[in-house]
Ligand binder design. Structure first.
Ligand code: EPU
Length: 340
């Protein structure tokens, strides 16, 4: 292993998109699967706390990390199969997600366009079942390969094994257990546009596009995201900071009586998903700061690092927002990123 790939006492600030200051006792850049398996065979591995990092766009580092951080840098992307009803494409876990999406579109294999411009890596995408504009990973997932960091064994996961939920999977529930090495996507043929999300339909209409292709949808999604969401390269953030809460139908009816304009989305199980961004805005937090962390002025669901924030600062504003939303609406918000 070359020296740069394995560092003691490493700074993590540039490896988390929130830009939070933290150090790791050890940082290993995983560039091939053998390297990860070699770690598992080290004498004190079983007692070493571990953190697997992709793009670092879904973590809140609350302090220094006393164990080993595995930064996944596994490269590669290829077409595996062309069948009458689908293309199957595979990418290494370390590939940048958005670059991968644009590459599939350029190759003529559409299907991931609604997930354009989501920060992070291919390997992180299934961990929290990333989703946006009417599509989630689960809708295009084929299978993935992962290394069991307790034993070093490789294992394949089908869709069912991943137990995908809203921003959730088996991997998110077992932090440090699995290192995803490669992910395969099944892109159905013939391609069909997903344009039911109001923002996408509006953006396409504004561009005068009646019968969009996959690239049109990708471009529309990119434009919408640029308008609403801060670019982590410019302003530290971790995307949506809270999940959209799902409440019982009766609770939704009660809330609507007091707030007729409240957005709500019926779920297959009869419950209703509410818009956390709307609740936070109504609670008066949109555009407000607490210390060096702010509630973003263009999308209240996003917390931003105004400069020099720590994990404790993030927790303070998150707790304050959650308390105010609960007081105003009786709804308990749940953070989306993983606190480390
Ligand atoms: N809203 C407000 N004020 C705000 C933000 C939103 O009133 O400050 C309202 C909007 O007007 C709309 C509703 O809330 O009626 C929903 O807003 P939006 O369409 O912007 O989506 P979201 O529910 O806030 C979710 C995802 C995003 C994803 C978008 C688009 C979660 C936690 N967030 O946000 O995902 O890009 O839908 O599909 O599910 C992410 O997970 O990091 C992320 C950015």
């Amino acid at each position: 292993m070359d020296a740069a790939a394995d560092t003691r006492g490493a700074e993590l600030t540039r490896f988390n998109t929130f830009g939070l200051r933290a150090r790791a006792a050890r940082l290993v850049h995983v560039r091939d699967a053998d390297q990860a398996r070699a770690l598992v065979n080290e004498a004190d591995w079983a007692h070493t706390p571990r953190l697997v990092l992709g793009g670092g766009s879904n973590v809140v580092l609350t302090g220094d990390f006393a164990g080993t951080v595995l930064k996944v840098d596994l490269p590669g992307r290829r077409l595996l199969r062309t069948e009458p009803d689908a293309w199957t494409v595979e990418a290494g876990a370390g590939e940048n997600w958005h670059d991968f999406v644009r590459w599939t579109l350029a190759q003529g294999w559409p299907g991931l366009e609604n997930l354009s411009l989501i920060p992070g890596t291919v390997g992180a995408a299934p961990i929290q079942n990333i989703g946006a504009y009417g599509l989630e990973i689960v809708d295009r997932f084929d299978s993935l390969e992962a290394i069991d960091l307790d034993t070093g064994a490789c294992r394949s996961f089908g869709g069912h094994d991943c137990a995908f939920g809203y921003r959730d999977s088996v991997f998110k529930r077992q932090p440090g257990k699995w290192l995803v090495t490669a992910v395969r996507f099944r892109l159905p043929r013939p391609w069909q546009p997903v344009t039911r999300y109001a923002d996408v339909a509006r953006e396409l209409a504004a561009r005068g596009i009646g019968a969009p292709g996959a690239l049109d949808i990708s471009d529309a999604v990119i434009a919408i995201r640029r308008r609403k969401l801060p670019d982590p390269a410019e302003i530290g953030n971790a995307g949506s900071f809270f999940k959209n809460p799902v409440v019982a139908a009766e609770a939704c009816v009660r809330l609507l009586a007091a707030h007729p304009a409240m957005p709500h989305y019926p779920q297959p199980d009869g419950r209703e998903k509410l818009a956390a961004g709307w609740l936070i805005e109504q609670a008066g937090w949109k555009g407000r700061d607490l210390g060096p962390v702010g509630c973003y002025e263009r999308q209240a669901l996003v917390l931003v690092n105004r400069g020099g924030a720590s994990g404790a600062d993030v927790r303070r504003i998150a707790d304050a927002i959650m308390a105010d939303v609960e007081r105003a609406f009786g709804v308990r918000l749940e953070p989306e990123p993983v606190f480390v």
